[in-house]
Design a protein. Structure first.
Length: 358
């Protein structure tokens, strides 16, 4: 059913304790560009943001290219890319307060970093945010040419709560930025609590579908729709066919009408009781991020297939529909007894034949 799976980062590099928040996009001439964080947790702490280029559909990868580096006073987070009009755009956060940007045409040579924080602060929105995080995963280009960057915003500063989900957008290659309607807990959306990390895909009629992480008791993915991804969001639906243990998930357009979805398909049953008894270090089980599953929908996201399990130990993931195959990159290699599932020591790649999903 699967072509093959292997480790992009095997965890044997002693420089980095963990590898986090991977993403993947298709660039010029069919190149695949994978990107992620390397986190050094021993003192002094620091991070580096990398990308690697594949010229053969994900079979092999070039050496790491360092895109940014930071330390205790400049923590880097949430690297994200999008490919538009022949240009790769790379974005990342610093301290959840700054937004930075670089461009490339081949994934190897990159422009000098440019700060976009002021442009984001100038964006018109009625949501009084004071910190934000892009992604994770990848941005999308609408049929109109507009670029959407899934983003969470918070009014709670370093606490990251309360929060809302929106798309940052640009019509001019990140010279200016806008912020679309914010999905948040309010009178029209009173069934969601702290929507945050999300993934988006454009449907054939121009509607944008989002699946969003949240803090509600139901461990199911929240799904909402918006015209163009910037207008008011629909009341979220909780999908029993998309169990989710509070983790990032990914979406990707698959042909003209298909949608790919990948997440840790685990409802984390019994977690509320375990949290009450102090058996969890976070608001989920220490091994919650498991059963990473890839699914497909052929009806605009109304129904998804049962899918195939790519790996038992999963985490954040991203997917791209390549030439005749689907490529998934994901966190793995965690140890629930020492670090819990949010500290993955490895990154995996699985290559999937589309017919395996039918």
């Amino acid at each position: 059913m699967r072509d093959r799976s292997y480790l992009l980062e095997d965890g044997k590099d002693r420089e980095f304790s963990y590898y986090r928040r991977p993403g993947i996009v298709k660039g010029p001439q069919g190149l695949l560009i994978a990107y992620y964080e390397g986190q050094h947790f021993e003192y002094p702490r620091y991070q580096k943001l990398f990308c690697r280029v594949s010229r053969d559909g994900g079979e092999t990868w070039g050496e790491r290219v360092t895109l940014a580096a930071g330390g205790e006073t400049g923590m880097l987070h949430n690297i994200m890319m999008v490919y538009a009009d022949g240009v790769l755009h790379c974005l990342w956060n610093v301290q959840y307060r700054q937004l930075w940007h670089r461009t490339s045409r081949d994934g190897l040579s990159w422009s000098e970093p440019r700060e976009l924080t002021r442009a984001l602060w100038r964006a018109d929105t009625n949501y009084p945010w004071n910190a934000f995080g892009i992604g994770s995963g990848h941005g999308i280009v609408l049929r109109s040419g507009r670029i959407l960057i899934p983003t969470w915003f918070t009014t709670g500063g370093d606490g990251h709560k309360p929060s809302g989900f929106a798309n940052m957008y640009t019509d001019d290659g990140f010279q200016t930025l806008g912020i679309g309607a914010v999905l948040k807990n309010d009178a029209e959306h009173d069934n969601i609590v702290n929507p945050n990390e999300g993934a988006v895909v454009e449907l054939p009629d121009g509607t944008v579908m989002a699946t969003v992480r949240h803090d509600c008791p139901q461990r199911q993915r929240a799904v909402s729709f918006s015209k163009g991804g910037t207008r008011e969001w629909s009341r979220p639906e909780y999908r029993s066919d998309l169990p989710d243990p509070i983790c990032h998930a990914s979406l990707e357009r698959f042909g003209e009408e298909g949608i790919l979805f990948c997440n840790c398909a685990n409802a984390d049953e019994g977690v509320e009781e375990k949290v009450k008894k102090g058996l969890c270090r976070y608001n989920w089980s220490d091994d919650a991020r498991k059963n990473l599953t890839l699914r497909v929908s052929h009806d605009g996201g109304k129904h998804f297939s049962n899918g195939i399990c790519l790996t038992y130990k999963g985490g954040y993931s991203d997917i791209v529909a390549g030439e005749g195959r689907i490529v998934c990159i994901y966190e793995t290699g965690w140890d629930e007894k020492t670090d819990t599932c949010i500290f993955p020591r490895q990154l995996g790649i699985t290559l999937v034949e589309p017919k395996a999903l039918e």
